[in-house]
Design a protein around this ligand. Structure first.
Ligand SMILES: Cc1ncc(COP(=O)(O)O)c(C=O)c1O
Length: 374
């Protein structure tokens, strides 16, 4: 019997998405001018209680735009976690600066304030923490370090829209925060991203750089080398409709988390990402199989695939990538990143999954782990 596959992620469009997209199409405003862009930017900024939202075509370039607006350039170093999606560190390299790969904490899997302190040099200009898999990084310690050393903090919130750290929304700790609306994210626009900030000057710089560096008062006059990083009105139409549903989407993700945990909690073969903040976001349910290596973890994934269950590995350490073999990037040891990377596996997490499917996935995971290592 061919089993119906359980995908790792899937978008759902249960609100005004089609209505708004049709409206955008009928209006003729399909490129990067149109009412949905402003509405999406304003609603997104308001959700975070900040003044500015600058929508972009994806999350990777949102990071590049933020770093460029913050003036990060050739001589600079930016500390990024070694355990993250590659776009976080690549965006620093797009500026000609050096991403300094920093080990993560063993408990929350996020950039370690201790490892940050060890890697700060006179060239360090910025810290780029990531809230991995929706779990907030230790922002109090990170901001304290940044304030003492006069560093800019840019938050990579691509995976954590809606999370709170000690009662405050993530994305409001740094000077700028960047989000992604890729198809597997908490809300999606297909491809899409957003920078938010409370700083008027940075917001203006991002708006100019996003639009080829064009002078805001003089059309086709360029004071800066800019980019075309704009979001389309159609993307924003989907984004606005998705944002309207955010509270419900987050509640459903919490429910998925609880159902998984009911089956897996207390099983000593697994290690969970520790949540020391007030509210994480279950972007993608990820856990470690205690003591496993890459081969065993991959064997579990293959067994699950046979059962029709799609999974994904935790990110590989960036310091192991061939184009990061440079002492400017990789400094010191990465014991925590290395162990989390080889033990980690992500399970299907999207809001259309039923409780029955979640229990099935969790039970098959336990069975597969026991098969690979009895
Ligand atoms: C942590 C992190 N940063 C950046 C990005 C880049 O976002 P995008 O795929 O929209 O370019 C992603 C997601 O894909 C991500 O997970």
């Amino acid at each position: 019997m061919v089993k119906k596959p359980i995908n790792i992620a899937q978008p759902t469009f249960l609100g005004n998405e089609k209505k708004y997209v049709n409206d955008a199409l009928e209006s003729g405003w399909i490129s990067s001018i149109g009412k949905y862009i402003e509405r999406f930017e304003q609603s997104f900024a308001a959700y975070h209680g900040v003044k500015h939202g600058i929508a972009t075509h994806n999350g990777t370039i949102a990071l590049h735009l933020a770093l460029a607006a913050a003036g990060i350039g050739k001589e600079d170093e930016v500390l990024v976690p070694d355990l993250t999606f590659i776009a976080t560190s690549n965006s620093v390299r797009y500026c000609g600066a050096a991403p300094v790969l920093t080990d993560v904490e063993n408990d929350d899997w996020n950039i370690s304030p201790v490892a940050i302190a060890e890697r700060i040099t006179p060239r360090t200009r910025a810290l780029l923490p990531v809230h991995l898999y929706g779990n907030p990084a230790r922002m109090e310690e990170i901001i304290e370090l940044a304030d003492t050393r006069k560093l800019v903090v840019i938050e990579d919130c691509a995976e954590a829209l809606g999370a709170l750290y000690r009662g405050r929304r993530i994305g409001t700790f740094g000077k700028i925060a960047c989000f992604s609306f890729f198809g597997n994210k908490v809300i999606t626009t297909g491809e899409g991203g957003m920078c938010i900030t409370d700083d008027d000057e940075l917001a203006e710089r991002m708006r100019i750089l996003r639009d080829h560096g064009m002078n805001r008062g003089k059309k086709y006059w360029y004071d800066h080398l800019g980019f075309n990083y704009r979001m389309t009105n159609m993307q924003a139409a989907i984004g606005l409709a998705q944002l309207e549903q955010l509270d419900g989407l987050l509640a459903k993700r919490d429910h998925l988390f609880n159902v998984y945990m009911e089956t897996l909690r207390g099983n000593d073969r697994f290690i969970f990402q520790e949540n020391h903040s007030q509210q994480n976001v279950n972007w993608i349910f990820t856990l470690r199989i205690d003591g496993f290596g890459y081969e065993q973890r991959d064997a579990v994934m293959a067994l699950l695939k046979e059962e029709g269950i799609d999974t994904r590995p935790v990110f590989y350490p960036i310091h192991q990538m061939p184009f990061y073999q440079d002492p400017r990037y990789a400094r010191g040891e990465y014991p925590n990143t290395e162990v989390i990377a080889r033990e980690g596996i992500s399970l299907p997490t999207w809001i259309g999954l039923t409780d029955e499917q979640l229990v099935y996935v969790a039970e098959k995971l336990i069975e597969s782990v026991d098969k690979v290592s009895p």
